[in-house]
Every structure is written in C-alpha cells, then in structure tokens.
Design a binder for this molecule. Sequence first.
Ligand SMILES: NC(=O)c1ccc[n+]([C@@H]2O[C@H](COP(=O)([O-])OP(=O)(O)OC[C@H]3O[C@@H](n4cnc5c(N)ncnc54)[C@H](O)[C@@H]3O)[C@@H](O)[C@H]2O)c1
Length: 365
Amino acid sequence: MRVKIFGAGSIGNHLAHGLRRRDAEVTICDVDPAALERTRNEIYPERYGAFDPAIRLLPVADVADEAFDLVVIGTPPDSHLAIAREQLERAAPRVMVIEKPLCTPDLAGAAELRDAAAAAGTAVCVGYNHTLTAHTRLAEQWLAEQPLGSVTTLVAGFREHWGGIFGAHPWLSGPKDTYLGYTERGGGALGEHSHAINIWQHFARAAGLGPIVEVQAMLDSVEEDGARYDRIAQLSVRSESGIVGQIVQDVVTKPSRKWVRLQGSEGFLEWEVNVADGEDGVRMQSADGETREERVQKTRPDDFQPEVDHLIALVERGSPDPDSPIALERGLDTMLVIAAALRSSAEGRSVRIDPRGGYGTGALS
Ligand SMILES: NC(=O)c1ccc[n+]([C@@H]2O[C@H](COP(=O)([O-])OP(=O)(O)OC[C@H]3O[C@@H](n4cnc5c(N)ncnc54)[C@H](O)[C@@H]3O)[C@@H](O)[C@H]2O)c1
C-alpha cells in the first residue's frame, strides 16, 4: 500500500508511524524543508526511538504526480480543502483522510469537496480518531447490549490546556504563530478540540438521538498579540429527537479531561480518554442497577492505530463506506455545529441547523 502524507508535523508523524507498523510504503511531503528535517532528526526519533529510513521525506512538488492508494492531509485546517481538491483532480487516491477540523468555520468549499470526492470515487474521511479507539467500541457494544431506557441527556467535554501542543512545537512562540491562535482559521477551542462535538454526535447516533438541530453558544474569546481565538466554548445543543445536551471545549484546563456521559431513564454510560495514566475507561449502570467498569490500557500510538487500521481496511474495500465513523459527512456535521456556534455567539441567539440543508451556511438559520 502506497501512502502520501501532507505535513511533516505532529499528526503526520503519528500517522506515518502507525502506517509503518502495518508495512505501508510511506512518503511524507511538506512545503517547509525545515519540517522534513525535524521529522528525520527530532520528532520521529524522539517519539519512536529512531527514524525509519524506509520513509521518504520530500518536497510537495517532487511527488505531486505520483499515484498513491491513501493520501493523508495533516496540515493546518485553512489549507485542507485546497490540498484535497487539487489531489482529487490530479491523482485521486482510493482513500483520503483529512485532519480535523475539516475546514475553516466559514464552510467555504465544504459542500464542493463532497461533490469532488463523489466524482472521483474517493472515500474521504476526517481524522476524528477517538470514534475508533478500543474503549469507544466497548462503549458502543455495552450500549447495544444493555440499553439505558429512554435517553434524557448527553454531555461531552474536551478540556485540555494547549501547553502540551506548544511544548511539542518549541519553534512556535505562542498562539499567534499558528492557526491555533485564530478561530477563523480553524484554531481556538472550537476547532482544536472539536473532538468533543464529534464524539457527542457519535454517541448521539449510537443512542438514536438524531443530528444536532439547534445550537446556543457562549464563547470566552481572547485577543492577544494579534491573535484572536476562543479559549472556552460552551454549547447547549438540541438533537432532532428533542434531547437537550451540552458540549464544552477549552484550551485552559489542566490536567485535561475528555469525557462523555449519556444519561438514560434506567442508567448511564460514561466514556473517558486518559481516565488514568495510560488508560481509557468506560463505566455503565444499566436498568438492573448493576455497574460495569473497564479500563483499556493504551499508549499514545494506540490513539491512532485503530484509525490507521480502519483506513487500510477502506483501501482494501475499494469503495467509500457511508457507515464509517470517520466518513466525510461526519466531519461535515461537526463543521456545521462549529459554524452554528460562532454565529450563535456573534448574534446572541440560538441558531438552527437544517439536517437536510446541505453543508454550506445555507443550512443555518
Ligand atoms: N487527531 C488528532 O488527535 C490530531 C493531533 C494533532 C494534530 N491534528 C490536526 O492535524 C493538523 C496539523 O496539526 P499539527 O499539529 O500536525 O501541525 P504542525 O504545525 O505540527 O504540522 C503541519 C505541517 O504542515 C506543513 N504544511 C503547511 N502547508 C502545507 C502544504 N500546503 N503542503 C504540505 N505541507 C504543508 C507545515 O509546514 C507543517 O510542517 C491540524 O488540523 C490539527 O488539528 C490532529
């Protein structure tokens, strides 16, 4: 399997490592020669012990016309759609995964990407890796085995200080140096921790709650050194079935907490990432009053390996899988909520999302 990764940064290295563990032929390309050198001399060896000389590190232009089975777009969010469109037109792969958030919150080009992917026959995914990890699958299995009665609410939070990200990017002096410091470029808490919106939607689907149709948001926005971003995003949401829930994302909480709680009339389900060092956890109380709890041992590479395995399976399948938890439409659903939250905050009112309104701003009212 031949794979091209755009972006020799943090996520590019994570996915390159996961793909090499499955013997894929990996090429990483970047527009910045310093990033390619950092991957060879710092990021990959510091994370995984040694650089893997089987990985090709090349400027983007050198591999622009080569054919690949899988293309990974691990660049800043405001570059995702242009790279994706160009790749689909020039040398469409079987599968393409675009990192989260899929695009900028103005949704420019989002609907067109869906059309281009369909025309090319490429299975496009969005890198919400937490929907595929072992403890997520366990939570889904328990939910299917022992329903919680009628669901009353669903809460999700990804609250994590972004100091860890800047620690891993010592060449950046702070938010202003990167998209992270600009909500409109896909940064801020809304973009960076959009895993919470996405995992809320994931469990809402599993529990039959339907899509999010209404969003009311309160943001804590910051302006510093020319940067402008939301550091806390609190969203009240309503699903099509009428369930009211809450989603919180921030870049200030430490130690971090990443969790979901699904409350039913007969019990509850809790899902948490890093519930303890090196452990993800699931806890459930079902109708009979019994509580089950399981911890899943994991390493940082295990956060990405199920996603990598899923992508490889999609390449082997040879056609898009509309039921994939990371299908393009799932990433677009998350973008609609981000866009609705920004409009809600700006206009001080609830914003409705028409679930059949497509993937542009026309779906919002
Ligand atoms: N799923 C996750 O848990 C996870 C983790 C980390 C990052 N991400 C996402 O991955 C994306 C990148 O984040 P990062 O932390 O790896 O950033 P990064 O800054 O570490 O790396 C991005 C790289 O992309 C390169 N680049 C920019 N434009 C390019 C282009 N047109 N072609 C090729 N290369 C280009 C830059 O030179 C840089 O080396 C973001 O969307 C981020 O949200 C997701």
